[in-house]
Design a protein. Structure first.
Length: 402
């Protein structure tokens, strides 16, 4: 007998393949292509995943490097007295990584340890470059002198003019309020010293002390005398009521950069540039009491408010605090360029400096440690001064901005 059984699917496929060789070949090729395609896709997928992981790791390293760089920049800016820029860098870091606790703690530390100066009014501008500035005794007015031959009195809050122009026939080099705030003394390149009514702007007297220009004029603390430095290397002391000379002028060997009374009016000092000499005189007689010399030209010299120290600004990028007898207190601070002016605050705790590097800095007058930096100026800073309570600081740029 013949035994029969059903054909298996495999045998059926083989028989079909023999009968349809072309179709079977094409089907096999399609299957191979499909398998190869799937394998290729899987391979590319895995390669893309590896690339993405590598890119993520590289990005993480770059972000870490950028974070470290910004952190270093912030620390350097803190060191050189630019806390506002340091805070900007730290804030950028915190926005990028809000969970970065170290950055957040550093920001809190900066805010709690540093004082930040803020402008109290808009910059005031005169018709020409501003050459001199002074606060009024009430702290509410400011007088500025200009190369256009005028001095103007301003409201220190609004920045609006208070009087009409106080006019000279040449650039105004010096302006100052009297201690009672009722008068203003000005010195000009026209060689004259003039006294004005600070309320009305009317002239009171004029004294043509020099032919080559007046560099500075300043009241004594009682308002009874005016000390004047001229371009002819002389220092005068005038009676404020009349403008007459109290005694003959004091001659110097080089250009006089400062002539200022001490806080009680019993002494005055002078500084001359190229001979690097600071001299202290008896204000009643004009007799010299002390003198001391420095290495480098003297740009400015002032008494401290208590009269126990003298601060000197030097051409060679430093300012230093000394005693009136010439003994150094070893407090010296440095800028990146010539220090044009330096002044001690009314409470004696701070030292403000102005420099040709475009910065005005405030230091601890006892240690020389930097306290804060004012916002950068557009050009070099010629002058810096405190208002009488020490809470407001005024700077004058080279040009026509205060």
């Amino acid at each position: 007998p013949i035994q029969a059984r059903p054909i298996s699917p495999g045998e059926r496929l083989v028989r079909w393949t023999r009968r349809n060789r072309t179709t079977a070949s094409l089907a096999a090729l399609a299957a191979c292509l499909l398998i190869a395609g799937v394998a290729g896709v899987l391979s590319q997928w895995r390669r893309a995943e590896r690339s993405a992981a590598s890119e993520l790791a590289q990005r993480s390293l770059s972000e870490q490097a950028l974070t470290q760089l910004r952190w270093q920049q912030a620390e350097e800016q803190m060191t050189v007295g630019l806390p506002d820029r340091a805070l900007a860098n730290l804030a950028t870091l915190l926005r990028g990584t809000p969970t970065n606790q170290a950055v957040a703690e550093r920001i809190v530390s900066v805010l709690s340890q540093r004082r930040f100066p803020m402008p109290t009014t808009a910059r005031v501008k005169q018709g020409g470059p501003v050459t001199a500035t002074c606060f009024g005794s009430d702290g509410r007015t400011v007088v500025t002198g200009s190369a256009d031959g005028t001095a103007l009195v301003w409201d220190a809050i609004s920045g609006s003019p208070v009087t009409g122009p106080l006019t000279h026939d040449g650039p105004v080099n010096s302006v100052e309020f009297s201690p009672d705030g009722l008068s203003i003394v000005t010195g000009s390149e026209d060689g004259s010293v003039r006294l004005w009514n600070a309320i009305t702007g009317e002239p009171i007297w004029s004294n043509p002390v020099a032919t080559n220009g007046v560099l500075g004029a300043e009241f004594d603390p009682q308002g009874g005398r005016v000390i004047v430095a001229d371009r002819e290397k002389n220092v005068w002391v005038l009676v404020a009521g009349t403008g007459a000379s109290a005694f003959p002028p004091i001659r110097h060997e080089s250009a006089v950069t400062s002539a200022r009374f001490g806080p009680d009016g019993s002494e005055f000092l002078t500084a001359s540039r190229t001979d690097a000499l600071v001299r202290v005189f008896d204000a009643a007689t004009g007799r010299e009491v002390h003198r001391f010399t420095f290495n480098g030209w003297i740009e400015s010299a002032r008494f401290s408010p208590d009269g126990k120290r003298i601060v000197v600004a030097n051409y060679h990028r430093w300012a230093s605090i000394w005693t009136p007898g010439g003994d150094p207190e070893f407090v010296t601070v440095y800028h990146g360029d010539t220090v044009n002016d330096a002044v001690i605050s009314p409470d004696g705790l701070l030292l403000a400096t102005a420099s040709r590097d475009g910065r005005a800095l405030v230091w601890d007058s006892r240690t020389g440690e930097l306290v804060f930096s004012l916002p950068p100026h557009l050009t070099w800073v010629d002058e810096v001064s405190f208002e009488k309570d020490g809470l407001v600081l005024m700077t004058r740029e080279k040009g026509n901005r205060v």
